[in-house]
Design a protein around this ligand. Structure first.
Ligand SMILES: *Cc1c(COP(=O)(O)O)cnc(C)c1O
Length: 401
């Protein structure tokens, strides 16, 4: 039998909604792409996006900026992180997260994860104590949301300010509360591979007026912060406006314009992503040796990617399995690989964090963790084909061994 082949690309997004394209053309025709290039009381696209996202989340203040990583950097600073401070973070995350901590001159303190890809609470408490950290930067990595009651309880106990990285959880919730509404401040990404797509972009969200004022000033608001859509009252800026350096990270109106129609489709997109996820999960569960983490009933996630583990497989067999999948057109990422590849890097490739690259549990969990994107250009039928190719590839590696 000739090998099945899947022909679609794992990095192919859907086109933007027509409404977004029309809006973009309108902004381009106007020539006014800068968020402060408005007339009178007119609100810019960036300001409208901020208002709409704050309303979606039910929070007060939002700042649109250049990237998710930028939003995290500015969130940390505005929450009070100073050079030399320790910042706790789960070790399973993406490279811009420790990068943002580093950019503050602060010290990332990596925390182990558990079998469900959540932060390990016991290790969190131990490292909070040992480091004296006052901040937890929590990534809901690949959309896995930990038991937030336990996280909040741990933050309470160890006196930690919670900063959420919601790059993979825009539109997701835990026990009825939207991700991003648990911490003092939350950061989202609108980079192409996330849940709404402007190429690059980030959103910062908070209910804290002092924090919001600082973040807006850091983003480079000149003395035009009163033009923002979801900002604290003007007098809150008084104490800060001459004391905050301008880090120039504003979002432009072109990107904001293409995000607004996508935001109104976010809940519909979540339903479509989850239909793909459920189909993929069903197919993978039937393959002997493959394990998919059980997700809590309280977690209403966005299944824009799926993670699974394979038990009892050697490194050599994993390489064979991956090339077999690749030749069938299935692009899997392996978090256990020693060499970082593309976007996928493990904490121990961040050598600038020299003294804490030793996290045996996280290493062990990632050693047989595979990751697959589920773009909305896939269909549930595609997921059946993908599962069949993965099953085949694993079977052929197993019978050869
Ligand atoms: C994508 C991502 C970010 C931030 O991404 P940007 O590319 O800077 O917008 C932060 N955290 C995680 C976990 C991510 O995947």
């Amino acid at each position: 039998m000739s090998q099945m082949r899947f022909a679609k690309s794992f990095t192919q997004q859907e086109p933007l909604p027509e409404e977004a394209i029309e809006k973009a053309v309108e902004v381009m025709r106007s020539g006014r792409l800068h968020r402060y290039n408005t007339a009178g009381e007119e609100l810019s696209e960036a300001s409208l996006l901020e208002k709409e996202f704050a309303a979606y989340q039910g929070r007060k203040y939002c700042l649109a900026c250049t990237s998710g990583g930028y939003a995290i950097h500015v969130a940390l600073r505005s929450a009070g992180v100073l050079p030399g401070d320790a910042v706790l973070m789960n070790a399973y995350t993406l490279a811009p997260v420790p990068g943002a901590v580093y950019q503050c001159g602060a010290k990332p303190v990596l925390v182990e994860i558990d079998n469900h890809y959540h932060v390990d609470i016991e290790d969190l408490l131990a490292k909070a104590k040992a480091s004296g950290a006052k901040y937890l930067l929590l990534s809901h990595m690949r959309g896995h949301i930990a038991d937030m009651d336990k996280v909040l309880e741990a933050c309470d106990q160890a006196n930690l300010v919670l900063i959420e990285d919601c790059a993979h959880t825009m539109g997701a919730s835990w026990n009825g509360r939207l991700s991003g509404n648990f911490g003092r401040v939350a950061c989202f990404s609108t980079q192409t591979y996330k849940h709404i797509n402007s190429g690059e972009g980030g959103l910062l969200l908070t209910d804290d007026p002092e924090l919001a004022a600082q973040a807006i000033l850091y983003s480079g608001s000149y003395m035009l912060f009163e033009h923002h859509g979801a900002r604290p009252p003007s007098d809150v800026f008084d104490a800060w406006r001459l004391n905050i350096p301008n880090f120039s990270g504003r979002m432009d109106d072109l990107r904001a314009a293409i995000l607004r129609p996508q935001l109104s489709q976010l809940d519909a997109s979540r339903a479509r992503w989850n239909a793909l996820y459920r189909e993929m999960e069903k197919g993978l569960r039937e393959i002997p040796g493959i394990e998919i983490p059980q997700r809590s009933k309280l977690e209403d996630f966005v299944g824009s990617s799926i993670q699974f583990r394979i038990q009892g497989i050697s490194k050599d067999a994993i390489s064979d399995f991956l090339s077999k999948c690749a030749s069938g057109g299935v692009a899997l990422k392996w978090f256990g690989e020693d060499e970082p590849r593309g976007y996928t890097s493990r904490f121990d490739s961040w050598h600038y964090l020299d003294d804490q690259l030793d996290l045996p549990r996280t290493r062990e969990i990632l050693s047989n963790t595979f990751d697959m994107r589920l773009p909305l250009t896939f269909t549930p039928e595609d997921c059946e084909v993908l599962a069949a190719i993965i099953a085949d590839s694993l079977e052929s590696v197993r019978t050869r061994a």
